[in-house]
Design a protein around this ligand. Structure first.
Ligand SMILES: Nc1ncnc2c1ncn2[C@@H]1O[C@H](COP(=O)(O)OP(=O)(O)OP(=O)(O)O)[C@@H](O)[C@H]1O
Ligand SMILES: O=C(O)[C@@H](O)C(=O)CO
Length: 420
């Protein structure tokens, strides 16, 4: 079965974020975990292939993205969307620039756009500068990111450092004037030898005006925001039917390995509401004083009463101290393994609505559950929908799972999600 829009996302929660915006704009969307081996076997309007290519070596990110592109082309897609983070997470080596150029080469196209604008989550671009809330990207927490510190908010400069092609800007004057003005600006940029243009957008209206100007572009690169303006190009309008998921019934749980500011607030809020929560300490786990089995033994009698939380979420000082003792990668890998085993054990014990917080943690949990694809449902908060999946331990009728990016969601997200 063919579908018109094919997407490649550089991480799992980011893929879900993109899929969520497409669903809200009326598309029926499936997210695949990695590149599928064959055709999908489901009737959809878009597929998002979720990779884990954000921080791997550029050559590997290119190879994986091209493999995803070949699969999408074999399904007959009309347009390709490369999704990266709304905070433009990358290093001077990539991977946003190198993957964009490799996809342009493979699609034989001489022009594309680049914009992480996602106004629903306070990511706006003006005069080529990315703002996170009221702060420039370079003044936000992203300046201290351990893997992709973002110290320059000027995206034309950031993108140019990663690209061979000339990078330009479609500024807010053109976007505010509408699709014809954007088309005229693109023609001018092409005549000046520009191959990739950063696009200003400070509101959803900007993104909706931009959409029609992208109708004939073989490749679009962006955060998830641009997605709200694309389904109209394929004659698709918003409809609640796009978000309908097969119903499931069962127990509720949250697993959190994210240590972001937002997730720390969400954990505190969940506990303050009197819900049962168990903290896993990486040092105790590394010394065998805590384990996934123990966490499951703690959770089992509690599950019938409502959602339980198992978390290793900690504040920055605790995380630093742990990393100092175990090493950054070893601490991360240990907790990903442990929380993934907890997620699997919870589903084995009857959990059928599972919320996972953190991109890496989500990747580990989805893989431990043997989930190959997710059907995207209704939004809980911007960027985070409930999804339906079949897992090794949750065969038909399956389970509902939500993958929350570290920075997304309101403080009461862990309780609100289960009443959504
Ligand atoms: N207490 C802890 N100390 C050190 N590392 C931890 C601790 N708890 C979790 N980790 C690790 O920190 C990393 C958190 O990354 P993850 O991507 O899951 O969350 P995030 O960065 O908040 O989310 P996103 O990528 O969506 O922004 C994981 O590798 C996790 O295993
Ligand atoms: O765009 C975002 O901010 C998210 O979808 C994401 O990619 C977080 O990793």
């Amino acid at each position: 079965m063919s579908f018109p829009l094919g997407c490649i996302a550089d991480d799992f929660t980011g893929a879900t974020d993109l899929a969520n915006n497409l669903v809200r704009a009326g598309m029926r969307v499936v997210q695949t975990i990695g590149v599928p081996k064959g055709p999908l076997g489901a009737e959809v309007d878009a597929v998002v292939v979720a990779l884990k290519s954000r921080t791997i070596a550029p050559a590997d990110a290119i190879a994986q993205s091209l493999e995803a592109l070949r699969w999408l082309q074999a399904q007959g897609v009309k347009q390709v969307y490369f999704k990266y983070c709304s905070t433009f997470d990358s290093t001077p080596q990539g991977n946003i620039g190198p993957v964009t150029e490799a996809l342009m080469d493979a699609l034989s196209t001489d022009f594309t756009i680049a914009t992480p604008a996602f106004p629903d989550n306070q990511r706006t671009v003006f005069k080529g500068y990315l703002f996170v809330g009221d702060m420039l990207l370079s003044e936000s927490g992203m300046k201290d990111h351990p893997l992709t510190p973002m110290t320059d908010a000027n995206l034309v400069r950031v993108m140019q450092a990663q690209c061979r092609r000339k990078v330009g800007l479609i500024d807010h004057r053109a976007v505010a004037a509408g699709a014809d003005a954007v088309r005229a600006r693109i023609a001018q940029l092409k005549a000046d030898g520009v191959g990739i243009a950063v696009v200003d957008a400070v509101s959803n209206d900007d993104l909706l005006r931009l959409g029609p100007a992208l109708a004939d572009m073989p490749l679009v690169t962006a955060g998830s925001g641009v997605a709200i303006g694309l389904p109209g190009n394929f004659g698709i309008a918003p409809s609640p039917r796009a978000a309908a998921l097969p119903p499931v019934s069962g127990l509720h749980a949250v697993v959190s390995g994210s240590c972001s500011t937002a997730t720390n607030r969400q954990v505190r809020d969940f506990i303050a509401r009197g819900h049962p929560a168990l903290a896993l300490d990486p040092i105790a786990v590394s010394e065998g004083r805590q384990s996934a089995e123990e966490a499951l033994a703690w959770a089992a009698p509690m599950l019938a009463r409502g959602p339980v939380l198992v978390y290793s979420t900690a504040d920055p000082q605790e995380v630093k101290a742990t990393q100092g003792q175990l090493g950054v990668e070893a601490a991360g890998a240990l907790m990903e393994r442990t929380l993934a085993a907890v997620a699997r054990g919870l589903v084995e014990r009857g959990v059928r609505r599972l919320l996972v917080a953190g991109g890496e943690t989500s990747g580990a949990c989805v893989q431990a559950l043997g989930i190959a694809q997710l059907q995207i449902g209704a939004q809980i908060d911007p960027g985070v929908p409930w999804c339906h999946a079949l897992a090794d331990v949750a065969p038909a009728p399956g389970m509902h799972i939500a993958l929350k990016s570290g920075n997304f969601g309101t403080d009461d997200f862990f309780t609100k999600a289960f009443s959504a």
